[in-house]
Every structure is written in C-alpha cells, then in structure tokens.
Design a binder for this molecule. Structure first.
Ligand SMILES: O=C(O)CCC(=O)C(=O)O
Ligand SMILES: [Fe+2]
Length: 522
C-alpha cells in the first residue's frame, strides 16, 4: 500500500547524456528523497563512470563540477535512479517507482499482527508522565547528537509497565539524532529474540532492508558490552543497536570527551598508572577522535627500532583500473608490518586498542609502521576497500566477503614529533561535503591533525550501519622538516585473517577477544 502513497513518478532515465567539457564551475546541492542510499558517479568523457560519493536516504550532498559534465546516481545494487548534466539549476533526484515497496522490511506474520494491532494502543498508553519518567531513567540523550546524524546507531529505552498486566514497550531514538521524543514506540509483547527486535525496529523506522551479504546487527549496553540475547537487553534501561554489528563511538559534538577504561589486573602496563584515556571529538563526519598519551613508555621507540631494519617502499592495494600501474607519487613513504607474535609490548598496545575501540582483537591487522622523510606523503585516499573497484580480484573480494567485511576503524599512532608538516588531514571534515581530488595534498581544507609523539587519532571508515563513509577521505601531508614515524592499527568489521602471523599471535588475539566478551580485559 506504500506504493500508492507516492504520486506518479517519472521513468528512470537510461539514455547516455550529451556531455561537453565545460569550464564554468557549478556547485550542486543534491537531495536524495529515496528510502535508499545512492552512489554518485561522474561520467567521464569516454562514458566511464567514476564513483565520487554516496548520499544517504533523506540526506543532501554537494557536487562541485563544471557545466556540461554528466553525473549518474545509482542505488547500492547498481540500479540507475537518475542522471543529469550540470547546468546552473539545482538537481532533484527522480525516484523510480519500482524502488518503493520492494525495499520495505518484511515482518513475519506473527510480529506483523502484534505490532500492527498494538502500536496505536502503545502510543496511547505510553503518553505523558509514565513515558517521561522512563525516558529520564534511561537518559538516551547522552548518546545522541544535535549536530550530526550517526546513521545506523539507534538508542533504545525499555519502557517497563508498572503493572505486570500492562504493556511493556520500547522507545527508539533513530540514527544517533537528538530528539526530545522518541522516533518510534514499539510494543514488546510479541518480540522473543534479538533478531525479531531488529525487524521490528527496522519496520518502525522505515529503514531499508539491508541486502546480503551483511553482518548481523549488534546490540550493546551503554558501557559497550555486546548483549548476547533479548533477556540481557530487557534487564537494562538502555541499549544501543548498531545496524552494522560493531560498536562505534558516537562523536556527539566537537570537543566532546568519552573517558574509556584501558586498564585491568591483567594489563602489562598497569603499574604505569594509566587507568583510562580520553577520546576527544575532532570531527563529526568523518567520526574522528584525538587521544593524547595513548602510546606509553618506550612503546613508540620499540616500534621504530623494530621496524627500522625492515622498511621497504610503501604500497597500496591497486584497484582493477590501476592494476599493473606504478604507485607513482601517491604514497612515497617507506613501511613495514610488525606481527605481535612473541612481543609483549605490541600485545599490550593491541589490548589497549581493543579496550578503546571495543572491537575484538581478531579484527586487527598486523601493525603497519611508516616512515616519511622530507616531502614524503600519502595523497587523499580512503582506508576502506570499495568492493566495486576490485571486481576482477577474487582474493580481495573474498577478503571483503563481497562487501560484508571492511576496514571499520583506523587507530593511527604518531611515534615521534615532527618539526614541520606531516599532519593527517581530513579534507571533508567540518561540512566540506565535496570529495577532494584523488591526487590532492592540499591540507588547508577541513581538519588537519598535527603529529605528536604518543598521540593517536581514531577514525571510522564505515558508518554505524556498515556503509562506506566517503567523508573518511584523508591525506598524509608532506613532511616539511624532519622525519615522521607513525603506525596504522587497522580494525575490520569482521575478523581479519590478514597478516596476523604466528600461532602465538593468533592465540593471543582470540583470548583477548574472549576477555572483551566477558568484560575482563579493560
Ligand atoms: O601519515 C598519515 O598521516 C596518514 C597515513 C595514512 O592515511 C595511511 O597510511 O593510510
Ligand atoms: Fe589512510
């Protein structure tokens, strides 16, 4: 019946547009009215599509282009939904009618009956005082932002009826967005397991069903513990649903601080007295945090010393288009990987990374240590791998589980002080929505973080719903004076067999992850 709510929609455009090589710059604000995210492609003069951006359902983006240039918009499964040639006019996407209906989350009959019949009753019942009291006890607002949505994080409050015969319900605050009233009220009566709760929340929020293959969504307590079953969730006033299945720290507002425990009885560095670290929000999109004094004692020196004899010219994973090409000027540093096999200091660091990110240690790659000399750099790039660009590389596609697994977070460590330059810049931070040119080294736009020994930046390459976050584009800026040492700790959304190395390391990572599940590692 939802299809009928929409007026007659235009047909999907399919013809190839006439393009010309104009030179008048045009800045377009594009609104996506669909219930689905769309990808934005620039159509080259030879007719090839180059993916430049994605726009969430209901969201806007800016396209900086030139008059005469052609752009296409496709859903994530490749369906063309609109195309346009740049002119001075604003552009609206024309949704195709087939897109509606098919992507509604389907509720099993049992839930559909219960939710359908009870929803109005629940709204009626949970009005006014009882709702306010329950919400105050839950306090969802500490995880919500007034400034930026965090797509795919939904904060849940259990509304427990005062009498056993009354209706238990759940208030949902959608997409990390601060509202005084919940986005939806859900009757809990028919819900018997977490997978059913996911369906009901998706239905209530009109979220698009996410296609296969994807990770199952994850539920967490307010202190970032994964909730194993519905019973555990119902015992808590508040919980968080991450559609992409992994915990991400919500950035909330610039300067916001999350204080996170990193110590425990088993911590090798306990005696050094570092009980917690502070994640200070530096950007909302991409979600970016600075953490001072994350690296401890002689750990930085240890990594530099251990890496130095093994450095080789840096590489990148070439896309299909660039296969066989030289790396050229893209990434000019030297680097090496350090495996944590039989290395207690690297293990202590890995444990701290797990404590801070709340993602299990089996999701980590081997540490990548980098050294940049004067004028060395890494041009604008993303740390995720867009599966679309690796279609001809079966090894990479299987590592990516065809889109279900990717680099989720980067914990980037500065291992020395740099006299000048060498910042890590995020050109799309602070609302600069247009993607930076792929070969840019311009670090004056957006947010630039200065290297400082023992500091780390943590940023997310995926959104909480698992989508690639194209705003996570970043640059290793030219070192102007001195040498820069740094290290990448890359954390995947699922376990990562990449470079883990050595049976000792594998065992350690598995044990560490088990401790995360039991909340005993930090
Ligand atoms: O060197 C930097 O600041 C950033 C390096 C980087 O982004 C990378 O190695 O992926
Ligand atoms: Fe990077």
């Amino acid at each position: 019946e939802r299809v009928n709510q929409h007026p007659e929609l235009p047909h999907c455009p399919v013809e190839t547009p006439m393009v010309s090589q104009g030179s008048t710059p045009v800045s377009w604000s594009v609104h996506n009215p669909l219930r689905l995210p769309v990808y934005v492609y620039w159509v080259s003069f030879s007719g090839k599509e180059d993916k430049m951006d994605s726009v969430r359902n209901g969201d806007n983006t800016t396209i900086d282009t030139y008059e005469g240039h052609a752009w296409r918009f496709r859903t994530t499964d490749g369906t063309l939904v609109a195309q346009a040639v740049a002119s001075a006019q604003a552009l609206q996407l024309s949704p195709c009618r087939e897109l509606f209906g098919a992507h509604e989350p389907l509720l099993p009959l049992k839930l559909s009956h219960a939710v359908g019949a009870l929803a109005p009753l629940v709204r009626e019942y949970w009005r006014g005082e009882p709702l306010n009291r329950s919400l105050a006890a839950c306090d969802p607002w500490r995880f919500l932002s007034r400034e930026e949505k965090f797509t795919g994080l939904h904060v849940l409050c259990v509304l427990r009826a005062p009498h056993a015969a009354d209706l238990d319900a759940m208030a949902v605050f959608a997409d990390g967005w601060h509202e005084a009233r919940p986005s939806a009220l859900i009757p809990l009566g028919a819900v018997e397991q977490l997978s059913e709760l996911v369906l009901v929340v998706q239905h209530a929020l009109h979220l698009p069903t996410r296609g296969e293959p994807l990770q199952p969504p994850g539920f967490f307590s307010a202190d970032a513990l994964r909730l194993p079953h519905l019973r555990a969730l119902l015992e808590l006033p508040m919980s968080l649903l991450f559609e992409g299945g992994q915990w991400l720290w919500p950035p909330i507002s610039i300067g916001h601080v999350w204080t996170v425990a990193v110590n425990s009885a088993m911590a090798a560095d306990a005696e050094r007295g570092r009980a917690e670290v502070r994640l200070v929000t530096a950007s909302l999109r991409p979600a970016l945090f600075e953490v001072e004094d994350f690296v401890l004692g002689d750990e930085a020196e240890h990594m530099r010393r251990k890496a130095a004899p093994h450095l080789f010219a840096s590489g990148i994973a070439n896309t299909d288009k660039d296969r066989g090409k030289q790396l050229g000027d893209v990434r000019t540093s030297t680097m090496t990987f350090l495996k944590m096999d039989h290395d207690d200091r690297l293990k202590a660091l890995a444990r701290r990374v797990q404590c801070v990110t709340k993602v299990g240690a089996t999701h980590m790659e081997a540490v990548q240590v980098l050294r940049y000399e004067r004028m060395q750099h890494y041009q604008a790039h993303h740390d995720f791998f867009d599966p679309e660009f690796y279609q001809e590389q079966p090894g990479m596609l299987s590592q990516l589980r065809h889109g279900a697994n990717n680099r989720l977070a980067t914990v980037f460590m500065y291992l020395n002080n740099v006299s000048a330059g060498g910042e890590t810049a995020f050109p799309r931070a602070f609302g600069h929505r247009a993607p930076a040119a792929k070969d840019t080294l311009d670090c004056s736009v957006g947010k630039a973080v200065r290297p400082q020994q023992n500091k780390v930046v943590i940023f997310y390459s995926l959104m909480p719903n698992g989508d690639l976050d194209y705003t996570s584009q970043h640059i290793g800026c030219n070192v102007i004076d001195g040498t820069k040492w740094a290290a990448n700790f890359w954390i995947w959304s699922q376990d990562s067999p990449m470079n883990r190395g050595g049976p000792d390391a594998v065992r350690f990572q598995e044990e560490l992850e088990a401790q995360l599940m039991e909340n005993t590692s930090c």
